[in-house]
Design a protein around this ligand. Sequence first.
Ligand code: E4P
Length: 213
Amino acid sequence: MKIFIDTANISEIVEANSWGIVDGVTTNPSLIAREGRDLQEVINEICSIVDGPISAEVISLEADKMVEEAMELVKLHKNIVIKIPMCIEGLKAVKVLSEKKIKTNVTLIFSSQQALLAAKAGASYVSPFVGRVDDIGARGVELISEIATIFEVHDIQTEIIAASIRNPIHVSECALAGSDIATIPFKVLSQMSKHPLTDKGIEQFLSDYNNSK
Ligand code: E4P
């Protein structure tokens, strides 16, 4: 499973990229707003750090306006993926963009039916929101599993990005459920690297070695 980092924060991207584990980056309007910077400026900077798919989301809610925005965003870098919200207008925009060979990531997916429609329209990626499904008392990982099964049975090439990841368990469960990618916040990536027994083991090895001298 590929790992994307889910942030628009440059320091976090630089740090995680230095670990050698980042295959791509996803952003959304809330993450860009949190940085208080211009969208294109942030996306340009991210593209100069990570050599992989970089999702930048459109703001418009009408298909022709989404396509206009997308055409501006793709000028920034060859790795740009246009993130489009799941809705009828979004599907129309995805169809137009896929015919132009522009990659799209259909976001805010909460059902396998939505994922199927996005894939039919030509989406390169779909982003089911695991954490937000959990938030309403359902099981986000089951959504990943359902979409993965449907895509496999019908030989659909659209890749699944497990999004709205809130903890390390989400990551391993999404990997087991067949997600192609998980897009993970920096805090969760850090948590994934840690285990109390690893820390204890390192401490023990060092103390044994130093005591033998
Ligand atoms: C990424 O593509 C999504 O926009 C993001 O994972 C949403 O996460 P949240 O539900 O924590 O806002």
